[in-house]
Design a protein around this ligand. Structure first.
Ligand SMILES: C[S@@+](CC[C@H](N)C(=O)[O-])C[C@H]1O[C@@H](n2cnc3c(N)ncnc32)[C@H](O)[C@@H]1O
Length: 331
């Protein structure tokens, strides 16, 4: 696996966003203590982690997600990302000089894309897995991305200021923690007043048929490639498919969350509905939504996700975009 080879830039502090020193062990501005690993600021260090967090880290150490293609470079990542409608819409919506964090950034592809596409943005990618971050750092150094700071930190002990970020993204993460509601609270607390939360999670109805497909695979002792649109793709390498199988079929910790409950949870914390994806944000900005769907319309939308079923390339991953009001409700 490729690691950072270029001399890492000193980078910036995840907590106060001030400049760090190249050989420092604490931020000169706010005192945050860290261990430097290449360009990664590690705020967990050698500390023993809670058992389930350690299991999840061990899983991603063996299967850093998402995988990079051999020889991936900056233009290649931009090109690939610009073929994904959600990423195009996200890039258009994030302010060109905004401050954003991707919590659970994995190998950092989304964070790297948003940093490359917006050189005036300040982008943080935080993850608990040292190996995934080492992949991210290798890419960051190769693509010479100066406005992306990679941070090893635990979602339940984030080294990030509250009420600070214009945009907080956390996609495919909270459902892999022991306490998804608590995890949602943690990411929501980092959003600045008026800022936006982009939260991706396995939705109960959207994930239903995948769960059946996985149960069938377990019962028969083999994953049924013909039933999975990702495994059927001819343009994907076997290595990417191996990582997909691990992530989708062999993960040690996974929850599914009903959309209405997630939305109600965030509304109680001062957020308001902007949109969900799917459906794709056609035309309008990703952060400019329509009115919140009525309960009946939400049920119809979820029924649509259920109907996508085995053809869904995201296997029931749904994204909600919610905007924080001027002041957060106390919780
Ligand atoms: C499925 S990957 C998603 C990666 C990326 N967000 C994406 O959309 O491709 C889940 C990531 O969440 C991270 N993660 C899970 N639990 C975490 C925790 N408690 N603290 C920090 N990161 C965590 C894992 O290390 C992993 O990289």
């Amino acid at each position: 696996m490729e690691k950072a080879t270029a001399e890492p830039a000193a980078g910036f502090c995840p907590r106060c966003l001030g400049d760090l020193e190249p050989a420092g062990e604490a931020c000169p501005g706010c005192g945050l203590a860290y261990v430097r690993r290449g360009g990664v600021v590690d705020t967990i260090g050698p500390r023993e982690r809670e058992r389930r967090a350690a299991d999840v880290e061990a899983f991603y150490t063996a299967n850093p997600f998402p995988g990079y293609a051999p020889g991936d470079d900056g233009p290649g990542l931009i090109d690939r990302s610009r073929r994904a409608p959600f990423l195009v819409a996200l890039d258009r919506a994030v302010p060109p000089d905004g401050t954003l964090v991707d919590v659970g950034c994995g190998t950092g592809q989304l964070a790297a894309f948003l940093a490359l596409a917006g050189p005036r943005r300040r982008v943080l990618g935080v993850d608990g897995c040292a190996e995934s971050l080492a992949c991210a750092d290798g890419f960051r150094a190769r693509a010479r991305i100066g406005n992306l700071q990679l941070v090893r930190g635990d979602l339940f002990d984030l080294p990030l200021e509250e009420d600070r970020f214009d945009v907080v993204i956390s996609r495919g993460v909270v459902h892999h923690t022991p306490d998804p509601d608590g995890a949602i609270d943690q990411v929501a607390r980092r959003v600045a007043p008026g800022g936006v939360l982009v939260l991706g999670f396995y939705e109960t109805w959207g994930r239903f048929l995948h769960a059946s497909r996985r149960a069938l695979g377990r019962a028969t002792g083999r994953w049924i490639r013909a039933l999975d649109p990702v495994l059927r793709r001819r343009d994907l390498s076997e290595d990417k498919k191996r990582i997909w199988i691990a992530d989708q079929y062999e993960h040690p910790l996974e929850h599914i969350l009903p959309l209405p409950r997630v939305v109600a949870h965030l509304e109680a914390r001062g957020f308001r509905w902007v949109r969900s994806i799917p459906p794709a944000a056609s035309g309008a900005s990703l952060f400019e939504g329509a009115p919140k769907p009525s309960p009946a319309a939400m049920t119809a939308m979820r029924a649509g996700w259920l109907a996508r079923g085995l053809g869904d390339p995201d296997a029931g991953l749904v994204v909600v975009v919610m905007r924080r009001g001027p002041a957060r409700a106390s919780t």
